[in-house]
Design a protein around this ligand. Structure first.
Ligand code: FAD
Length: 504
């Protein structure tokens, strides 16, 4: 087939998904592509989504965004990981850090060295909590932050970071950039979608008032409505409710009463969990819960009762079903964002899955032939990534021994995906863990949650047993000390922000 380039892209939706997509594609306008984004002020956006993970740093950098300007414009703060409270059992606490623990030695994963010392059970060689060995945790615990640049050989290379920000301000920030590069924004409500009668491909969206916008490729960023991929093309939604029973969230911003900490907090509760996300000008709070186990009003009360500053708005309840579309790309339509799927924000992965959709779209950019093999590969790639994230989230519930409510008793009795069961079997033997193909979460992330929630393997890697114990004890003591010293020497998080990226 001869080359048949696209000439018109239509993005439906102007939430984080729509504007991230528009900003990433905007440079194609100069090459002759017309890009139109339609959004409805009346419908609005979901208005939550404030915590992110480190790959967003690369996404923004690839778009040429100045980091300090972006953090200032979005009331942003820095995030070094997530503190989990009461997850393994009431009173349990650990941090899932960004970046590494310790450092590999002689090709052996660091956690294996820690594990062997812990399993030895000799007081003099006790390595202490695993949390002491991550620079991101050491910095977070002290309320400190700096970037890894300038320490090429040192401990700081183990540090990685992401952001907390106001999602509405991020969308505005991206919108300004996209429009400046020629993306056309149309305000209005799509009331009808036209399809070709022979292929079923989408041909135009029609707005209230009759305005038609034609396109060759349509990106569905219409949120939970899934206007194009679901309502129009009928691609079914595959629910994961049987593994992830939380189906509601109530969110409320509150006044900041202390400087922002450089981490998100997740606290397990009787029927779900609560988030706390510190921004420069306020704190974002939410309670994710299962409506089968808790009434909306009680969920809102549980959230309001535990705020550490005054609420700044009325609590807002949101409904969702964990799951994904059976296909994320169908015909000439690609679903990105909530229209593609949703996994609760326990590990702040939704904005990342938007980013993955965009990156993969750029790598599989279609022409008018819409090659089936390329579409199939896009779907396989993204579905793998969604399922890997799903397994990681299910782990948090499954690896809990809580028995203080029907919700947690039901979670403990729940089936888990076969892929997760296989991982757990592997872990329980010798603490083996491998990053899956195309997987977001690294060995270190899995290790953080497994050890954090008290899932101890029976044994460690036999290769570690070949290292002399006094040598590994010295190594662990050195790592612990140097990590603590490095963290102590960092600036305080609020000082870093004030110096580099304070909001106006
Ligand atoms: P939306 O924000 O809903 O945007 C949909 C857009 O489509 C809007 O502009 C709307 O006007 C438009 N639209 C819809 N129908 C029409 C129509 N007929 N005509 C014209 N326009 C239309 N993600 C994270 O990464 N971190 C988090 O901490 C996090 N927390 C979350 C907490 C909760 C409770 C929930 C529910 C989600 C959270 N997310 C989080 C997910 C995150 O909010 C979303 O992934 C992200 O905001 C993308 O949303 P979206 O753009 O797909 O949809």
């Amino acid at each position: 087939m001869p080359e048949a380039p696209l000439s018109r892209i239509v993005i439906v939706g102007g939430g984080s998904a729509g504007w991230m997509t528009a900003a990433a594609l905007a440079r194609l306008v100069a090459a002759g592509l017309a890009i139109t984004l339609v959004e409805s002020d009346e419908i609005g956006t979901i208005g939550v989504g404030e915590a992110t993970i480190p790959p967003l740093v690369d996404f923004n950098a690839a778009l040429g965004i100045d980091e300090n300007a972006f953090v200032a414009a979005t009331q942003g703060t820095f995030k070094l990981g997530i503190e989990f409270r009461d997850w393994g059992h009431p009173g349990n606490r650990y941090v899932h850090p960004f970046g590494n623990y310790g450092r590999q030695t002689q090709g052996i994963n660091f956690h294996q060295i820690w594990l062997r010392q812990r399993l030895l059970g000799v007081a003099e060689t006790d390595p202490g909590p695993f949390d002491l060995y991550a620079i991101s945790i050491a910095a977070a615990a002290r309320g400190r932050f700096t970037k890894p640049a300038g320490d090429p050989e040192g401990v700081l290379q183990g540090l990685a970071y992401a952001y907390h920000f106001d999602a509405g301000l991020y969308a505005e920030f991206l919108r300004m950039r996209a429009e400046a590069q020629g993306v056309r924004r149309v305000e209005g409500k799509v009331v009808r979608v036209e399809q070709s009668s022979d292929t079923g491909f989408l041909s135009a969206v029609v707005l209230e008032g009759g305005r038609r916008i034609e396109g060759d490729l349509f990106i569905d960023c219409s949120g939970f409505r899934a206007l194009l991929i679901g309502e129009t093309l009928g691609v079914p939604y595959r629910s994961w409710r049987h593994w992830l029973p939380c189906d509601r969230a109530v969110a409320v911003p509150s006044a900041a009463v202390a400087p922002p900490v450089p981490y998100t907090r997740s606290t397990a509760d009787k029927a779900g969990w609560r988030w706390r996300i510190p921004l420069q000008h306020r704190v974002g709070n939410g309670h994710v819960y299962s409506s089968a186990h808790l009434e909306d009003e009680a969920a809102a009360r549980a959230l309001l009762d535990r705020l550490d500053g005054a609420p700044l708005a009325e609590p807002r309840t949101l409904r969702f079903t964990a799951g994904r579309r059976e296909k994320l790309w169908e015909k000439n339509c690609i679903a990105i964002g909530l229209s593609a799927g949703f996994i609760e924000p326990l590990e702040s992965t939704s904005i990342h899955l938007i980013q993955s959709g965009i990156v993969r779209l750029m790598a599989s950019f279609p022409d008018r032939n819409f090659a089936a093999v390329e579409i199939a590969e896009y779907n396989r790639w993204l579905i793998d990534e969604y399922e890997n994230v799903r397994d990681f989230i299910v782990l948090h519930y499954h690896a809990s021994t809580r028995s203080d409510s029907d919700f947690w008793n039901d979670c403990r009795a729940m089936d888990i995906p076969d892929s997760l069961a296989a991982r757990l079997d592997l872990w329980r033997g010798k603490g083996r863990v491998f990053r899956g193909f195309n997987a977001l979460f690294t060995e270190e992330s899995w290790t953080a949650v497994l050890l954090g929630q008290g899932v101890m393997p029976a044994d460690s890697d036999p290769l570690v047993a070949m290292l002399p114990v006094d040598e590994t004890t010295r190594f662990l003591t050195h790592m612990r000390n140097i990590i603590a010293q490095t963290a102590e020497a960092m600036p305080r998080h609020e000082e870093y922000i004030a110096r580099h990226c304070a909001a106006a």
